[in-house]
Design a protein around this ligand. Structure first.
Ligand code: 6GU
Length: 244
């Protein structure tokens, strides 16, 4: 997968060379290209922002600079254009799966009050453009949101995770864990500071362990995120029993 990012802080993306994503890049699964937005500004100060029409606080990013940058990075190609903004549609695991199926993503994170809205209108005529939010809070810019989204997408690419099963067991993964939070996990030793590992996990009984894990996921979801819990009609008898 190819990922381009245009930003006034390309150095912000250094973590994309670390750990899982660094490995994926070395192995050629991920081709990440970072671009300095100011390279497409033409004045001596390499200005990328200006005051908002209609007044108000802050600055707005200039459409000409973004237009030239996006045109140059696209070449004649058609990446999916992703513009992080707190006013966008919510980024979820299903959006991550959708992006992981794309060959090419172009992220356009803004600083200040955002990008002149005509840029999104202009490119929507040529590309699939998504304005996306990673949650209901306000960041100082879209860069941190890009890091979050790239990591969520990259780990879904074939060959990035060591164990292919770990993706299907994720909280929010489609299939049996859809809308469920993962339950607690344990490793050795069997007793630590008086706290014991649940006996069932030491039993070697795979069927009972799977049932226990699902029960824990159901109970944790009911306790911490009840709004996520699947409709009671979609739960079987054993599921409903776990929640009693
Ligand atoms: Cl995508 N950008 C900014 N600036 N703030 C956010 C966000 C994005 N998602 C949540 N808050």
């Amino acid at each position: 997968m190819r990922i381009d990012v245009i930003s006034i802080f390309p150095e912000y993306f250094a973590p994309l060379s670390v750990s899982l994503m660094g490995k994926a890049r070395e192995r050629g699964i991920l081709d990440i290209q970072l671009h300095q937005l100011r390279d497409w500004a033409h004045d001596v100060h390499r200005t990328v922002d200006d005051t908002p029409y209609g007044g108000g606080p802050g600055m707005v990013m200039k459409p000409e600079v973004w237009g030239e940058a996006i045109d140059a990075v696209c070449g004649g190609g058609t990446p999916r254009l992703i513009v992080p903004t707190p006013s966008g549609r919510r980024f979820t695991q299903s959006v991550a799966l959708e992006y992981a199926a794309e060959p090419w993503l172009l992220f356009a994170p803004a600083r200040y009050e955002g990008i002149d809205s005509r840029v999104m209108v202009e490119y929507a005529a040529r590309l699939r453009v998504d304005e996306v939010s990673i949650g209901d809070y306000v960041l100082a810019g879209g860069e941190a949101a890009v890091l979050v989204m790239v990591e969520a997408v990259a780990r879904l690419l074939p060959g990035v995770l060591g164990n292919a099963n770990s993706v299907t067991d994720d909280s929010f993964a489609p299939g049996s864990m859809e809308n469920l939070l993962e339950g607690p996990v344990f490793t050795k030793p069997p007793e630590w500071r008086g706290h014991e590992v649940p006996e069932i996990l030491l039993s070697g009984h795979h069927g009972k362990i799977a049932r226990w894990r699902r029960d824990e996921a159901l109970r944790r979801t009911q306790l911490k995120r009840p709004e996520l819990l699947p409709d009671v009609h979609d739960l079987d008898k054993a599921d409903r029993q776990a929640l009693e």
